[in-house]
Design a protein around this ligand. Structure first.
Ligand SMILES: *[C@@H]1O[C@H](CO)[C@@H](O)[C@H](O)[C@H]1NC(C)=O
Ligand SMILES: *[C@@H]1O[C@H](CO)[C@@H](O)[C@H](O)[C@H]1NC(C)=O
Ligand SMILES: *[C@@H]1O[C@H](CO)[C@@H](O)[C@H](O)[C@H]1NC(C)=O
Ligand SMILES: *[C@@H]1O[C@H](CO)[C@@H](O)[C@H](O)[C@H]1NC(C)=O
Ligand SMILES: *[C@@H]1O[C@H](CO)[C@@H](O)[C@H](O)[C@H]1NC(C)=O
Ligand SMILES: *[C@@H]1O[C@H](CO)[C@@H](O)[C@H](O)[C@H]1NC(C)=O
Ligand SMILES: *[C@@H]1O[C@H](CO)[C@@H](O)[C@H](O)[C@H]1NC(C)=O
Ligand SMILES: *[C@@H]1O[C@H](CO)[C@@H](O)[C@H](O)[C@H]1NC(C)=O
Ligand SMILES: *[C@@H]1O[C@H](CO)[C@@H](O)[C@H](O)[C@H]1NC(C)=O
Length: 477
């Protein structure tokens, strides 16, 4: 019964026949208003689950409005109550979520200002894929979709080292197996139009799609962050990568001054990816298990659009395969083909721009197929790969890699295919000491195509080669 019809029924009962009234003392009966508000309470029990008080908050050392939200339990949707809590305390207050499991069954767009989210358990997303596809929050880039958006200024998301988001992504892994960029798959956490944000001690497990993204935001610190996308379907022992594609860990888009410290990722796609207009990005102490590594890009997918990545420092990065997915790339620079073909997400190209002032240092890896890779012929539509080569309009330069140790899985160590129209230049290599895992084709260990070499760039081992040996880059990831 819908609330309005229930209310009508209660009203009808309260105004029952005079025959009943004649044998009962009317003054003892609750008034119509009391009955209606009692039923409202039953139907919308937010006074029971949402406590609002003004208390001294030790986390922020100030008196603040504190909203404590209890979970309804039994898989009942907590989304509306969370929205109410944000209305009450999202501006200048604290949202305390003490319970172990909150069910989120609605796409949410929350706004926080000067607010602290103190989460001790999981925001657990429901698995009704039809609902999520239909109610996707559109994100213009690659026609992607969001499921949980937070906007605002000066806010903290604290998962207290025990909680964060459970995307319950297995249904999506099954649904989107073999389909890259499956339409409507929502990202788990999107920090959008935000300034001065801290996300800390926060996990995203079983992300539905990309685990997290920062869009149109600045001054974002993500510290002590954990992402794990694992397929528990027994069938995923075969074709592992196809189950876990698009489970990126942390992406940035149109964002400035983003710092990531102490992150652990397991999954089947980019551990971190810097998408168009990622500037002043600092990454420190990241460990990635499985997938396509630390990515610059993909970029230049939109004809005529200027894309920029600049002022990036990455320090202390470790990469390994996982038990479910190989480590395809270590550090990966990827830009689209020079002429647009098809439409995003899987088609496109023809964009331009540059990536410059990048330092990546102190990197350790084990069994990575392509420890250092540059691909400037990106296109994901079936049958299009390889039709355009060397014509990309995106420029990779002023890029400095140092102190790379560990072991490659195969012969390849540095495989850098730049564009003939925009050759790579002003790169330096210092102390690149990765050992090959195989030595039967040493001629492909250091490949530089369309690369301006010379001076003290440390690239003496590099030479052109069009060999197609050992090219698996993880498919359409
Ligand atoms: C958490 O909530 C989700 C969604 O309602 C539910 O599927 C899951 O079983 C819950 N987990 C626990 C541990 O209670
Ligand atoms: C994360 O939690 C741990 C353990 O409680 C704590 O030591 C650490 O300082 C926290 N990280 C941040 C960024 O607050
Ligand atoms: C960058 O963001 C950090 C917070 O993560 C802030 O402390 C710092 O002042 C910002 N830097 C600039 C130049 O705005
Ligand atoms: C990711 O989760 C799987 C399954 O629970 C677990 O076996 C694996 O150790 C986790 N990975 C990391 C890096 O924590
Ligand atoms: C690096 O990150 C890991 C995982 O979060 C953490 O255990 C470790 O203490 C960090 N190391 C440093 C030097 O901060
Ligand atoms: C990136 O920034 C440049 C310079 O501000 C701007 O012209 C361009 O449109 C931006 N591109 C995107 C994808 O936002
Ligand atoms: C290069 O990037 C670093 C890190 O963001 C920054 O400190 C430095 O000023 C940049 N250099 C130039 C020449 O812009
Ligand atoms: C090189 O990086 C490793 C970590 O990957 C670190 O232990 C080592 O100290 C670094 N070497 C130098 C010379 O900085
Ligand atoms: C690859 O390079 C070799 C030697 O430079 C050349 O003979 C061959 O034609 C090239 N093959 C292709 C497909 O470009």
């Amino acid at each position: 019964m819908r609330p309005s019809s229930l209310r009508a029924a209660v009203l009808a009962l309260a105004l029952a026949s005079p025959a009943v009234a004649s044998v009962i003392d009317l003054s003892l009966l609750p008034s119509t208003e009391q009955i209606i508000s009692g039923v409202d309470e039953l139907l919308h029990p937010h006074h029971d689950v949402l406590g609002v008080e003004h208390t001294y908050d030790t986390k922020t050392s100030s008196y603040r409005k504190v909203c404590t939200l209890k979970a309804l339990g039994n898989e009942q949707d907590d989304a509306d109550n969370l929205v109410k809590a944000v209305e009450e305390c999202g501006n200048g207050g604290v949202l305390r979520l003490p319970d172990a499991n909150y069910t989120i069954g609605k796409a949410l767009q929350l706004e926080l200002h000067d607010a602290y989210v103190d989460l001790h358990g999981w925001l657990s997303f429901t698995t009704d894929t039809e609902y999520w596809i239909k109610n996707r929050i559109p994100f213009e880039f690659q026609k992607q979709s969001l499921g949980f958006v937070i906007r605002g200024t000066d806010y903290v998301l604290d998962g207290n080292d025990k909680g964060g988001i459970n995307g319950n992504g297995q249904v999506w892994y099954n649904l989107a197996k073999d389909a890259g960029n499956f339409y409507g798959r929502p990202m788990s956490l999107a920090i959008v139009d935000s300034k001065n944000v801290i996300v800390k001690n926060w996990s995203v497990v079983q992300p539905q799609f990309w685990a997290s993204i920062t869009i149109n935001s600045e001054n974002v610190l993500i510290k002590d962050f954990y992402v794990n996308a694992t397929s528990f379907d027994p069938a995923s022992k075969v074709d592992e990568k196809n189950w876990l594609q698009n489970t990126d860990g942390l992406d940035t888009y149109r964002s400035h001054n983003v710092t990531v410290e102490n992150m652990v990722y397991q999954g089947g796609d980019d551990c971190i990816a810097l998408k168009p207009n990622s500037t002043m990005i600092n990454i420190r102490n990241v460990t990635c298990f499985g997938g396509t590594g630390i990515a610059f890009g993909s970029i230049a997918q939109y004809e005529g659009v200027l894309d920029i990545i600049e002022d990036v420092v990455m320090d202390d990065i470790q990469l390994y395969p996982s038990s479910q997915c190989p480590g395809y790339q270590g550090v990966y620079f990827k830009s689209w083909v020079g002429e647009s073909s098809g439409t995003p997400p899987n088609g496109g190209g023809g964009g331009f721009g540059y990536c410059r002032n990048v330092t990546v240092k102190n990197v350790y890896m084990e069994d990575i197929l392509h420890p250092i890779a540059v691909d400037t012929d990106l296109i994901y539509t079936l049958g299009e790969k390889g039709k355009q080569t060397d014509n990309g309009k995106f420029e990779w330069y002023d890029i400095h890699l140092s102190n790379f140790t560990g072991q490659a899985a195969w012969n390849r160590i540095a495989w850098m295919d730049c564009s003939k129209t925009r050759p790579c230049h002003d790169w330096t290599f210092d102390a690149i000491e990765i050992k090959p895992g195989k030595t039967d084709h040493p001629e492909i260990s250091y490949v530089c195509n369309n690369f301006v070499l010379g001076g003290n760039d440390g690239l003496n081992l590099c030479h052109p080669s069009n060999s197609t040996l050992e090219t698996d880059n993880g498919g359409t990831l």
